[in-house]
Every structure is written in structure tokens, then in C-alpha cells.
Design a protein around this ligand. Structure first.
Ligand SMILES: Nc1ncnc2c1ncn2[C@@H]1O[C@H](COP(=O)(O)OP(=O)(O)OP(=O)(O)O)[C@@H](O)[C@H]1O
Ligand SMILES: [Mg+2]
Length: 556
């Protein structure tokens, strides 16, 4: 008859302890165990089970007394024993402890000693772990090793404590983002997700009769192009404006900056007298007129005294600033920034903030911001503003805990770089601020990148959940591997062997490091691979005049 401990063991794995034994621990250190698997002859398990035992990434249980420790195979190898027979060895990473009812907790509080038994972890045991963790209805995929077992994420950990979705180009990041957001909106209809779409993959589009729909439910999503939403120049931080109009190599740069600073404060004060705001700083999000600023700069640049006989100290010092301002104003690609049509007063700011977080009309759970037509040199500025507005929204919101937000940054390496480059400094700063302090105010951040090595270390290191798709570049692999906790190293060895849409998830949102196949998004985003093989067999022509027209009009 089974004693009580034996009965609970059976409950945890669904198999009798004798039949499930597969080997013995022979070496135990703080971060990994080594075990020898029983030879087929010694083992009670069927020979067919035995042959596939010990695959890298598979799970076992270490049992000692009433303690059950879940371990994962990190390495599998053979050595010869004293009699010259081959012995099958495995290196194991401890993941956590199983309770008597099949419940799982991370970390190991009591280590086993050498000689402890290694047991098979069967499908039911694993199912119990995965079904007992996370949000039941937030399913994102299925285990690769047991396709019938679903992987559910813990939504509060994933959205609230920042996440990263990493993988090389074409590995399936955009599809994963789509699948995750679709699952999130299904499970949590009142989500508040903002998605920075750098390549027009997630929005509605209709160009020359080529129609593409957003992959998110029509009643849950609002899509804006940058020119529809408008991110006006007056919301730029002072340092961003200087970055845009002052050449730091110009010998007069410091004079220009100090003149701009005092002029902008004055113009802001004048334009907002009616609001009675008291103290105004150079970075206050208050309207001022660009025409007035240019007028002031022009006047200073021509200022003379003594009836035109003497040039003032500022005379001629602003030539380069004026050239830059003029070229920005004359290029219609910058209209959303330099010539806003609707955001022409401080009173228009609430409308912008409402649209950004989905509180506009109609309300939306997902706001897609299509930045594909924004000139690449101002993408970092726009990203910086979106990051800042999202953060400020909840920072100043007394009910921020009731209204948590999540900002997804596609192609994050394009504007949150690792290196300190002046042009990207504000974007980096605003995203790093979310990653450092966002959790307290209910602002979550997700960075999506094909080049993790080039993404700000601060941002990546603050992420508590990682979804890693195929990464074959050694630099990126090493970088990602160095960031993840020790327990996950074994799973990470598999990064190059992942197939399309297959991912390794680790961190707080999953019970343990797990290799899984991401659910197919339905419908997929507009990023499907182009079928060269098919397209190059059929004759196609292109209206080049139309294409050039689109280029001129900046319509994609
Ligand atoms: N879960 C999946 N199952 C099957 N195929 C997938 C899956 N995810 C992606 N794919 C395939 O991979 C292709 C590329 O996916 P996706 O656009 O998501 O890549 P990406 O990682 O975002 O690339 P990039 O870095 O260039 O943006 C898709 O067209 C699709 O055919
Ligand atoms: Mg993509």
C-alpha cells in the first residue's frame, strides 16, 4: 500500500513512483545537478520511453522524501563507467518546487543530496503547472514538447513589469505582437494598449485601392497616422527643439540656445496668460506660436543699434538656425510637427492625450500609431513624445492604478539605442523613465527588436518577461543570454534552433522558462513574407508615375 507521501507523489505526476524513476543524482551544486540515467535494463520504464529520455529542454522531477524539485535538462552526454559500459548523463537546471497537489513555486528552498531519485515528469504534471499559472483566458501558445498543453501568461506581470519580444528579422515578432494583443483584448476587453507601428503593419490602410485592415477587432482599435494625430512642435522638450534647429558644431550654438530658451519662456507666458498658470518652465507643455518664434529670431539676427550703425551682440548669429527652421517648415513631411492644423492651442492637449490612450471618440482598447510616413530623422523625436505623453498621462492621473497603460515599441533599436547618441537622447530618456518608474504609475513598456544588442541596456534589463524568437547572430545571442537569469540558460541554448513562430518565454509572466509555439494571429498583421517564388513566375507591371506621385505626396 502506498503511504501518504507516495500517494501525493502519484497525484503530482499521475504515475507510480517506481515506474516513473529514470535515474539518480550523482552531483549537486548550487545552480545545477548532474544525474545518471538508468540503463534500459535497470529501468522499469518501457524501452520506447527510455530512448527519447534526457532530451535538452525536457523536464524531470528530483524526489527526496516528500520534496519534489522540477528540473530541466540543459545538457545530455555519455561517459563510460568502471566496467566500460556507456552511462547516459544529464546536466539539470533546477526550476522550482512542486507541492503535494501539483502546485508549483519558483526557486528551490531545500536542495536534494546526491543519490536522490530522478523521475519522469509526465504530461498531466506539466499541464497542472501551466494551467495553474497566469490568467486562464490569456493563452498565447502551446508547449512545443506537449502540444496539447497551453501556455498562459500572467497578465499583470507581463504588462505591468515590462516585457521584451526579441528575434531576428522574419522570426515572427510582429506576428507574436499581434497574437498577444489579440489574446489580451479577447481576455481583457478594456485593455489600454498603445502600439508604435513603424512599418504600417497594424493599422487600416487604403492607398490607391490597396486596402489593408488592422488585425485587431474593428470596435476595439483606433489607428492614427502621425499627420492625423499631430505631435506639435510646442510639445517638444527644449533639448529636442535645440537638437532639431541648432547645429551643435556651430560656433554660436551656446548663444543660440540661451536666446531660444528665454524667448520660448516669454512666448509661452504671453500665449497662455489667460490660463493663469503661474510658474512656466522651458519644457512646460504649453502652446507658443512658431511664427512668433521665427519673428523673434529674425529680429535678433538683424538687430542693430545707433540707427543701424552698430551691430548688436546677436547680429548674424542665427543664420544657421533660420536655415534649419525654414527647411523644416517647407518640407510637408514635417507638417504634423511644424504646422499642426488642430493642435494650435494649449487647450488642444487633452484631446491629443485622450486619443493617445483610447479615450477619444470612439473609445478604443488598442491605439495604433502608424509612424511609417514620418521622416526617419524625426522618428526619435516623435517616439520621445509618445513615451513622454504616455508616462505623464498616468504620472499626473490620481487614478492611475485604475487605468494601467501599456506601450509597445516596435523596432525599438531604431530609437532607443544602447549608445548615447545626441539625436536619440530624448527618446531613450523617455523610454528609460517608463522602464524605471512606469510600474509605480501603471505604465508598462514592451520593446520589440530584431537587434537586442543595439537596444538600451537599461530598458532591456528592467524587463521582467522575455519572449525570444529565433536569434542567430552571436552578438545578440550572447547579449540576451547574459541578461537572463541562470535558470534559463539551458533553454537559451535552443535559440538558434527555434522555427518560425516558435519562442522561448521566460521571466515572471510564465511559471518557468518554456519553449512554445505562439498561437497564429487571426487575422495576421500586414507583414506576411512576400512569396518571391510565386510572384516571379507571374507577369506584373507597376504604375511608376503613380508611385512617384505617392512619393511626392508622401502617401504610403
Ligand atoms: N507563429 C507563426 N507561425 C507560422 N509562421 C509564422 C509565425 N509567425 C510568423 N510567421 C511567418 O514569419 C513571417 C515573418 O513574421 P514577422 O513579420 O512577424 O517577422 P518579424 O520578426 O516581425 O520581422 P521584422 O524584424 O523584419 O519585422 C510571416 O510572414 C509568417 O509567414
Ligand atoms: Mg516585424
Amino acid at each position: 500500500m502506498l503511504d501518504e507521501a507516495g500517494a501525493s507523489e502519484q497525484q503530482a505526476t499521475g504515475e507510480s513512483p517506481q515506474r516513473s524513476r529514470v535515474g539518480l543524482l550523482i552531483d549537486v551544486t548550487g545552480d545545477h545537478f548532474t544525474a545518471r540515467l538508468d540503463s534500459v535494463k535497470d529501468s522499469d520504464a518501457p524501452a520506447s520511453h527510455q530512448r527519447s529520455l534526457g532530451q535538452v529542454g525536457s523536464y524531470f522531477l528530483v524526489r527526496e522524501g516528500d520534496a519534489n524539485i522540477l528540473v530541466m535538462v540543459e545538457r545530455s552526454y555519455r561517459i563510460a563507467d568502471k566496467q566500460g559500459r556507456a552511462a547516459h548523463m544529464v546536466h539539470l537546471t533546477p526550476l522550482g518546487e512542486m507541492g503535494s497537489k501539483g502546485d508549483f513555486s519558483r526557486g528551490v528552498s531545500r536542495y536534494p543530496i546526491s543519490g536522490a531519485e530522478l523521475h519522469r515528469m509526465d504530461e498531466d504534471g506539466l499541464r497542472a503547472i501551466f494551467s495553474g499559472y497566469g490568467d486562464k483566458d490569456f493563452k498565447v501558445g502551446n508547449l512545443t514538447s506537449f502540444e496539447s498543453i497551453g501556455v498562459h501568461l500572467d497578465a499583470s506581470a507581463f504588462f505591468g513589469r515590462h516585457a521584451a519580444i526579441l528575434g531576428q528579422s522574419g522570426a515572427g515578432k510582429s506576428w507574436t505582437v499581434t497574437s498577444l494583443v489579440q489574446a489580451a483584448v479577447r481576455a481583457m476587453p478594456n485593455a489600454h494598449i498603445i502600439l508604435l507601428d513603424m512599418h504600417g503593419e497594424y493599422g487600416d490602410k487604403d492607398v490607391d485601392g490597396v486596402v489593408a485592415h488592422s488585425p485587431f477587432p474593428a470596435d476595439k482599435v483606433r489607428c492614427f497616422r502621425a499627420d492625423q494625430l499631430e505631435f506639435p512642435y510646442w510639445l517638444l522638450a527644449f533639448s529636442e527643439l535645440c537638437e532639431l534647429v541648432v547645429n551643435s558644431g556651430d560656433e554660436h550654438a551656446s548663444i543660440q540656445i540661451s536666446f531660444l530658451r528665454s524667448t520660448m519662456i516669454r512666448l509661452r507666458e504671453e500665449a497662455n496668460k489667460h490660463l493663469d498658470l503661474g510658474h512656466i518652465t522651458v519644457d512646460s507643455p504649453l502652446y507658443y506660436s512658431m511664427d512668433d518664434l521665427i519673428k523673434a529670431v529674425k529680429e535678433a539676427n538683424r538687430e542693430t543699434s545707433d540707427f543701424g550703425k552698430k551691430k548688436s551682440a546677436l547680429y548674424g548669429k542665427f543664420d544657421q538656425v533660420l536655415v534649419r527652421l525654414n527647411s523644416l517648415l517647407n518640407d510637408n513631411r514635417y507638417d504634423f510637427l511644424m504646422r499642426p492644423k488642430t493642435r494650435t492651442s494649449t487647450e488642444s492637449l487633452p484631446g491629443l492625450m485622450q486619443d493617445l490612450v483610447g479615450l477619444g471618440s470612439p473609445r478604443a482598447s488598442v491605439t495604433v500609431l502608424d509612424l511609417s510616413s514620418v521622416p526617419f530623422d524625426v522618428v526619435p523625436l516623435v517616439a520621445a513624445q509618445i513615451g513622454r505623453l504616455t508616462y505623464e498621462f498616468n504620472y499626473w492621473n490620481p487614478r492611475c492604478r485604475e487605468f494601467p497603460l501599456f506601450l509597445i515599441c516596435e523596432e525599438a533599436h531604431e530609437y532607443i539605442p544602447r549608445e548615447d547618441i545626441p539625436r536619440f537622447r530624448e527618446a531613450r530618456r523617455s523610454m528609460e523613465r517608463i522602464s524605471k518608474n512606469g510600474r509605480k504609475y501603471g505604465v508598462g513598456l514592451c520593446v520589440v527588436s530584431q537587434r537586442p544588442h543595439d537596444v538600451s541596456e537599461t530598458v532591456l534589463a528592467q524587463c521582467s518577461s522575455y519572449v525570444c524568437l529565433r536569434i542567430s547572430n552571436p552578438d545578440d545571442q550572447d547579449y540576451v543570454r547574459a541578461m537572463v537569469p541562470d535558470a534559463a540558460r539551458g533553454t537559451f541554448a535552443a535559440l538558434t534552433s527555434l522555427s518560425k513562430g516558435e519562442a522561448v518565454a521566460l521571466g515572471e509572466a510564465v511559471p518557468m522558462p518554456v519553449r512554445f509555439r505562439v498561437d497564429l494571429p487571426d487575422p495576421p498583421p500586414n507583414s506576411t513574407d512576400i512569396n518571391y517564388s510565386e510572384k516571379w513566375r507571374t507577369d506584373a507591371t507597376v504604375d511608376v508615375a503613380r508611385l512617384v506621385h505617392n512619393w511626392h505626396k508622401q502617401e504610403r
